[in-house]
Every structure is written in C-alpha cells, then in structure tokens.
Write a protein that binds this ligand. Structure first.
Ligand code: C2E
Ligand code: CA
Ligand code: CA
Length: 741
C-alpha cells in the first residue's frame, strides 16, 4: 500500500486494517492519477482479472481490459468521463488477463485536492456476469415466449442457455399431466434413452431425495440408498449415463399449482451453488410463465371451438367437423345422420330451480350424449337446450335405433339439489344423402323434424319429411315465431265490451289476444291459439293474457274507469293444470283485484272432462269466488243435463246461433231454450257476435240480459276502449247505435 501517498500518517495497526479492507474483498479496486494512469490495485482486482500491479502500472485500465465485444459507445463514454475528470458509473463487458469475458459494474470517483483539482480517481468494479447472464437468459426466453414459439422450443432454449452459463449443469424440464405423471419437454443434453426412461414417472410418489436445508426442491445422489428406493434402476441408468446427482425443483403456477419440474443434473458431485440457485430461480419462473401461457392459449382455443359450459364443440366447430365428415361420407358412399335434439320443458327447469340447476342439467345431458357416440360421431351444443349429434355410417334404420338409445339415455333422472328431474328430449333426424348434402341443409331439416316431434307431444323423434308441404313448413315457422313473440312480449290484448241490454250499461269486457308479426302480419287468434296448443305454449299464452288483463283492469280502477270485470279465455289444457287456481289467486293479489273482478271463459269440453284436474279446478276456482263462463255454448256436446251440477255463472250463446236468429227458426228455438235454461239455473246468458239491431231485439225479447258484438263495439285496444266508453251514452230502452270500430 506504500504506493499511496497518504495525506495523514497512519498507525501500524490502522494500516493493517485498511489493507485488509482493501484486499480481502471480491471487489476490484483500482486507483489512477488525474490522467487515468494506474497507481494502485487491490488483491481483489488480481483475483477478478488476473492482472497484477506490475501488469497495469502506469497504464489506462480501459485500454487494458477492453476487447472484442466491449461496447464501443460505452467505452467512449468512459474515456470522456476520465478526460473531463468526472465521477461516473457504468456497466461494461471487459476481458480478464486470459481473455475470458466478464461483465462489470464500475463506480469511478474523482478525488480532489483543496483547490478542487482532480488528483486521483478511485474505481470500484464488481463482477456482474451472473446477473447479466440471467438477464440474457430471461431476455431470450421472454422473447421466444412473446413471439409464440412452440413450448418445446422455449424449454429447449432455457436448457441450453442455462447449460451455457453453467457448463457443469445438464438441465431437464418436465411437464406434469392431470394424472400427475411427468413428461419431458426439454432436455437437449441428456441422453435420449435416459429421457425416455424417466418419462411417465409420477410426481406424488415423491421422487425421493434428501431435502437440503435452504434449498428448495430435492437433491438426489445416484447410487445412494435413498435414491434407489424410488428411482430404482433409473439410478443405475443415470450412473451409466455419467450422471452423479440431480437437484430438482417444482415449477409452479401463479396460484401455486405444480406444473412440472426443473432438474439440474451434475456429472460430478456438486452441491448447487449460488449461481445455480439463481439460474434455477429464473428458469423456474420462465418455465411457469411459458407453461401458463401455453395453457391459456389452449383455453382460448377451447373457448373458440367449444361450448364453455358443456365442453362440447360449439356451433362453428360442429359445422366445420360435420363438413369434413360429409366429404368422407360422400367419397366412401356411406350414409350419415344428423340428429337435432331439443330438451323438453327446459325453460321450466330454469324457472323453477334456477339457472345453475339448468346448467347442471345441460352438462349432464352433454355427458350422456357423449356416452352414446361412436368413434367418429360428434355431438355439439348449438345454444340453450339445443344439441346436435352427427352419426357416421348411419342409415335411416340405424338412426332410429341410435336415436331411441340416446333418448333413453337422456331420460334417466338427474338430481338437481334436493329435487329429481327426468329430462326428455324431442329429436329431429335428417339423413345424408336423401335430405341434403351439406350441414347447411341437413341442420335446418333436422330442426324442422324436431319441431314436428315437439308439436306431436314431445319426447318423440321424427324423421325429416321432404314431402312436408310448404304450408306445414310455414306452420312450423309461424309456431317458432309465436314462441319468440311470447318470450319477448310481442302480443297485445284487445278488449270487447259486454253491454247490458236493459240499460246499455257495461257488464264487463272480454280480453282477446292479438298478434301482429313483422313478417306474417296480423295472425288471426284462432290460428295462433291453435299453434300455441300444438306447440305446448298455450299455458304460457293464457298466463300472459291473465296477467296482462289483470294489470289493465287494475290500471282502469286506478283511473276510476268503471269496468265491472274482465273476462279471460282459458284453454281446456290450461284449465286442467292443477297449478291454475293458485296462479290466478296470486295474479289477482299481485294487482290488488278481487275474485269477482275476473271471469274465466272456458268451453264445454272442460265440463265434460271430469276425470282430470279440470274438474277439481272448476270447484276450486268457484270456491275462490271467480266467475265461470261457458264459451261457445251450444256448439259442443250441449248436454244441458250436466250444467246444474257445475259451479257455472254464465253461458255465452255462440255467435253462430246469433247470426242465424233472423233467418233460421231452429236457431231461434235453441237460443230461446238456452236463455230459459240459464234463467232456471240462475245463470246469466250473454249473446256473442251481435251485429244487427234486429238480432238485439230478438235476444231482448227472449230474455237475454247481456250482449257482445260489433253492433256495440269491436274488440279494441285499452286506450280506444276508454275513448269509446266516453262516447257510449245509451238511452235506456232505445235502440243502440253502432259503436266505433
Ligand atoms: P271467442 O272466445 O268465441 O271470442 C269471440 C270472438 O268473436 C272474437 O274473435 C271476437 O273478435 C269475435 N267477435 C266479437 N264480436 C263479433 C261480431 O259481432 N261478429 C263476429 N263475426 N265476430 C265477433 P277473435 O278475437 O278472432 O277470437 C277468436 C277466438 O280465439 C276466440 O273465440 C277464442 O276462442 C280465441 N281467443 C282469442 N283470444 C284468446 C285468448 O286470449 N286466449 C285463448 N285461450 N283464446 C283466445
Ligand atoms: Ca271467449
Ligand atoms: Ca265464443
């Protein structure tokens, strides 16, 4: 240390300590004069770079240690700082005495005298090669990941890069499969037969090894007993491959799941040193990043092609796959069947058990469908509760047989929470080649056939019928449109007043459904009511009418518009549903109405159908105090004898008789009979379809109390009805004028 000209005099002891501090460190310290020429270097400098003071004395350090790959700009900047005598710090690649490259971080401080002139420069250099190498490893791997290189390539790159940095290490990277088995994804420098032997071992039978304190992961020394217990003969194989030991660490995902392992193999017994640990840290992170990214890429692919709920192919992938199957089928002249499945009453499951239960049911059905598939068949989910199954090498007879099996498989009960539900499906079948040669025609044809199966009463199948005439197909289209209309509240209610013949006062109004479709125009109620019956939507339609009519009446009440009651048509199917009385009571309550505010119009069929809940409902509804009216009276069985046993309040004389009152004697007789029977049973009678004043007069003469018809008003929207009421000022006993229509 005598090269330093000290400003102060140090004691022997102080001198010794200072020398220890300067020399017993891994950091290289170098002192130059104001021109940058070397005056002193410590032992650390010699250890790091191999140069002694003798080598460096009087020389400018940057000139000695720079070399082939030293960054020229960085070097120029160093020289500039030295020339201008400024302190600075830098990171730069230099070369040691033997020409080995190393990265250093250098801090250069300027020492000034009392006049502020630079006298010395002190440089402190730290070897950052390891850190730099991590950076390079990280940079290369991230770059590969970012440009979507295959996972195997990324893993290979990590292995090779680590091995380049630490030549004493041989790396393997393995990925874990769902059954906990490990499969190699990168081990470029391990012998292939060893890699093969290691593939498929399970992780959770614990790759035995000794836990090394402070070392995450396991250390396995081949040949030692602890290793042999699990690695068995593989340890011998490892030894035969020249491997002495192995240190492995788990690769974990962000949420702590084990994704695989990273193993460092050593040819010599070599305890993992700091560099290895840091390399392992970096590599494990990179591997986990690459593996997670791979998994999310797969997931995105799955989302694009598969239905996320059931895992079945979605519409687009189903269409693509079927197209391929059809090409094969055409080439090999083999038949193929497309089955269109629609679950029956799925909406009800959703409505009564909730959507999670509905989802569970869909998943279960998907699982059952998969069980029914042959090797080349496919099943997919189109949307909601619609599934498609494509059966290869399948003719009409096979299709029917397979379809029956599928329907039977679906029909097994499913437990949803505490309830058991038995799903059923309606299925339509379209066949290749007879019914189409592309999925674009086969699918709609199968759909149409499914619709027929539904209309025929559900839990059935039907094969597409090319002869099904256009009218029938139109019908199907219309039925579908009605379903949509019901779901999206596109129907309307009109109201037709019922007028007291005696004084012209309002007896009540009948609610009549109206449907105006953007494409089909006004669809007559007979038509869509029949469609609703066929398509199993009638209960929904009637419930909608009931709700809407009650809401309207309570609105009128709020506006103090005097309408005594509203009559609602209830189809026989709906009427025999045992839930009906409860539903009506609830609807009335919801709108703050009383039982007497509502009248139900049912046809005679309901009275005859005493075997079903219809009969019980008659009493139940009557007990609630809700009025019952027999619609179209006289056209049905007209067995007057049952009437007295039934809790009925009102008869509606069918308009066909009313229309013939003037021309037909027997119509007049029947009308008279109905009126007198009604009177004797204490029922009021309403004549419907009254169009002329002559009809009104005949009816009045025969004791008819209430009439409804175009003579007074057509069915009108709620607002038009209010306007009509404002102008409706009948004089008692006078003849009625024709109401606005
Ligand atoms: P309906 O219950 O017998 O209804 C009376 C029908 O006669 C109504 O036909 C009404 O517009 C019509 N009408 C009223 N006054 C006259 C008249 O002076 N002359 C003639 N020629 N006809 C008159 P609409 O509205 O076409 O309904 C036809 C049938 O459709 C109804 O017959 C009923 O069976 C059914 N319907 C209508 N709305 C509903 C509903 O909301 N639910 C159910 N289930 N069925 C309904
Ligand atoms: Ca009616
Ligand atoms: Ca009627």
């Amino acid at each position: 240390m005598n090269q330093i000209t000290s400003a102060c005099v140090l004691s022997e002891a102080e001198h010794h300590l200072l020398s220890l501090a300067a020399n017993e460190t891994d950091t290289a310290i170098i002192i130059t004069d104001h021109l940058g020429r070397t005056l002193y270097l410590n032992d650390g400098f010699t250890r790091m770079l191999g140069y002694t003071l003798a080598d460096m004395q009087g020389k400018v350090p940057s000139a000695v240690v720079s070399g082939l790959h030293t960054n020229a700009t960085a070097l120029a900047s160093v020289r500039e700082h030295v020339t201008s005598r400024e302190s600075f710090r830098t990171e730069i690649l230099i070369y040691d005495r033997r020409g080995k490259p190393l990265w250093i971080a250098a801090v250069i401080n300027v020492v000034k005298n009392d006049e502020g002139e630079c006298t010395r420069m002190v440089g402190v250099w730290t070897d950052i090669t390891n850190t730099k190498m991590h950076e390079v490893l990280q940079h290369k791997a991230l770059h590969a990941i970012a440009r979507e290189a295959p996972i195997v390539d990324v893993m290979q790159l990590i292995c090779l890069e680590v091995e380049r940095i630490a030549p004493e290490v041989t790396v393997s990277i393995r990925r874990i499969d769902p059954s906990n088995r490990l499969w190699t994804v990168g081990a470029p420098s391990l012998p292939a037969h060893y890699v093969r032997a290691m593939d498929g071992i399970t992780l959770d039978c614990g790759i035995e090894g000794s836990e090394v304190p402070g070392l995450e992961g396991q250390l396995v020394v081949f040949g030692e007993r602890s290793a042999t217990s699990f690695w068995g003969e593989r340890t011998e194989l490892a030894q035969a491959c020249g491997l002495a030991m192995c240190w492995w660490r788990p690769i974990r995902s962000g949420d702590g799941q084990t994704l695989g392992t990273l193993a460092f193999y050593y040819r010599e017994r070599h305890h993992p040193d700091n560099l290895h640990r840091r390399l392992a840290d970096v590599s494990v992170n990179l591997c986990s990043l690459a593996m997670e990214r791979e998994a999310s890429k797969k997931k995105i692919r799955r989302l694009a092609y598969f239905d996320s709920l059931t895992g079945l192919p979605n519409r687009s992938s189903l269409v693509a796959q079927t197209d391929t199957l059809l090409v094969d089928a055409a080439r090999m002249e083999r038949p193929l069947a497309v089955l269109f499945l629609d679950l029956d009453r799925f909406k009800q499951v959703n409505d009564s058990f909730g959507h999670p239960a509905g989802d569970m049911l869909l998943c279960e059905v998907a699982k059952r469908l998969k069980k029914c598939l042959g090797e080349k068949d496919i099943a997919g989910r189109l949307s909601g509760d619609e599934f498609v199954v494509v059966l290869t090498s399948c003719n009409a007879d096979d299709a029917v047989a397979r379809c029956e099996t599928i329907m039977a498989t679906i029909r097994e009960p499913v437990i949803l929470g505490s309830m058991s539900v038995t799903p059923t499906a309606s299925v339509g079948i379209a066949l290749f080649p007879q019914h189409g040669d592309s999925i674009g025609t086969l699918l709609p044809h199968a759909d149409m056939a499914m619709y027929r199966a539904k209309a025929a009463g559900r839990h059935r199948y039907s094969i597409f019928d090319p002869d099904l005439n256009r009218a029938a197909q139109e019908n199907l289209k219309l039925e579908r449109a009605l379903r949509e209309a019901l779901q999206s509240d596109q129907l309307q209610l009109h109201y037709q007043p019922q007028v007291r013949l005696e004084d012209g006062g309002i007896h009540g109004v009948e609610a009549l459904a109206r449907w105006s479709h953007p494409e089909f125009g006004m669809v007559p109620p007979q038509r869509f009511v029949a469609l609703a019956e066929e398509g199993g939507m009638i209960a929904e339609l009637d419930r909608w009418v009931l709700r809407t009519a009650c809401r309207q009446l309570s609105e009128w009440r709020r506006l103090a518009i005097a309408i005594p009651h509203v009559s609602v048509n209830i189809s026989p199917t709906t009427f025999s549903d045992q839930a009906l009385p409860g539903l009506i009571a609830q609807t009335l309550a919801d709108h703050g109405l009383r039982a007497s505010d509502l009248m139900l119009e049912v046809t005679e069929g309901v009275l005859l159908n005493t075997a079903t809940d219809g009969f019980a409902n008659l009493n139940s509804v009557h007990d609630q105090g809700i009025g019952l009216s027999i619609d179209d009276f006289g056209t049905g069985y007209s067995s007057l004898s049952y009437l007295h046993r039934m809790p009925v309040n009102e008869l509606k004389l069918d308009k066909s008789f009313v229309h013939e009152l003037e021309s037909n004697e027997s119509a007049r007789t029947l009308a008279k009979a109905v009126m007198s029977i009604g009177a004797s049973l204490g029922l009021s009678t309403i004549a419907e379809g009254v169009e002329t004043d002559a009809q009104r007069q005949i009816l009045t003469r025969h004791g008819c109390k209430v009439a409804q018809g175009y003579l007074f008003a057509r069915p009108m929207s709620a607002t038009t009805l209010v306007a009509w009421l404002n102008h409706w000022k009948p004089a008692a006993g006078s003849s009625f004028h024709v109401g606005s229509s």
